[in-house]
Design a protein around this ligand. Structure first.
Ligand code: SF4
Length: 246
């Protein structure tokens, strides 16, 4: 576009904004507003919230599709914004989650909250947090394949409703289930992968997925926190979230 045309186009744009009653004209160099959640109409947010609530109330809370129904205290379905840009997926509830009926509320959950709030500059309520399994495996053992098979449909539906821009898989069981691989978390982390909501690789639009260490592992191995932070910075960069200057 020639310089004169460019000036005219900008003039037209400014006049149009003034005509439409725009509060202020754009200022060049002004930073883009940081988007913590996907902007959408309140009724769409409410539709999603209700859809998630219905699955939890009418299916998950009374679910007996695997043996964990016999040993659980409460199911822990998921928590957070129905229009979240980021969905965190862990493996399964632990003791505190089993008692309270909410994912990531114990010590590992408190660390996750710190990673989200102090690290990423978001609120816990801005993201969506859930697990592959909705019931606690006894003694916090890893999920068994038949339990994952029985439960993962709930997670697929949570992803379908929330439609996150990015999924962060916390720990090997979550990453391996979502990516249908047996690769270890040390090899999977720090790189972007494609998660296919259809469950079939190559079908539909993939959601970018970043695997990283589970906060429970980071509590046991604090030297690895830098690596998890590096993974979160890749996510922030992709979503245009400002990186802390420290
Ligand atoms: S772990 Fe999942 S499939 Fe098994 S009983 Fe709980 S909700 Fe149902």
């Amino acid at each position: 576009m020639e310089r004169a045309e460019l000036i005219q186009a900008l003039k037209d744009r400014f006049e149009s904004d003034a005509f439409l009653g725009a509060a202020s004209l754009p200022v060049f160099g002004e930073p883009e507003p940081v988007m913590h959640r996907v902007p959408m109409a309140d009724d769409e947010i409410e539709r999603r919230r209700v859809a998630l609530q219905v699955i939890d109330d009418s299916e998950v809370k009374g679910c007996t599709q695997c043996g964990l129904a016999e040993t659980r205290t409460k199911t822990a379905f998921g928590v957070g914004a129905p229009n979240a840009r980021i969905m965190f997926v862990g493996e399964a509830p632990g003791h505190d989650e089993d008692v309270q009926g909410e994912p990531f509320v114990g010590k590992a959950g408190q660390l996750l909250t710190k990673m989200i709030e102090a690290g990423m500059g978001l609120k816990r309520a801005d993201v969506y947090i859930c697990n592959i399994l909705k019931c606690r495996p006894p003694n916090n053992r890893n999920p068994a394949p038949d339990e994952v098979l029985a439960c993962r449909n709930y997670l697929w539906r949570q992803i379908e409703i929330v439609q996150p821009e990015v999924i962060i898989a916390l720990g090997a069981p979550a990453a391996q289930t979502l990516l249908n691989t047996r690769e270890g978390i040390g090899r999977l982390r720090s790189e972007w992968h494609d998660f296919y909501p259809s469950g079939t690789t190559g079908v539909g639009d993939p959601i970018p997925l970043m695997p990283t260490y589970h906060p429970a592992y980071l509590l046991r191995s604090p030297d690895e926190k830098n690596k998890a932070w590096a993974d979160l910075k890749l996510v922030m960069s992709r979503l245009g979230l400002p990186l802390p200057t420290r």
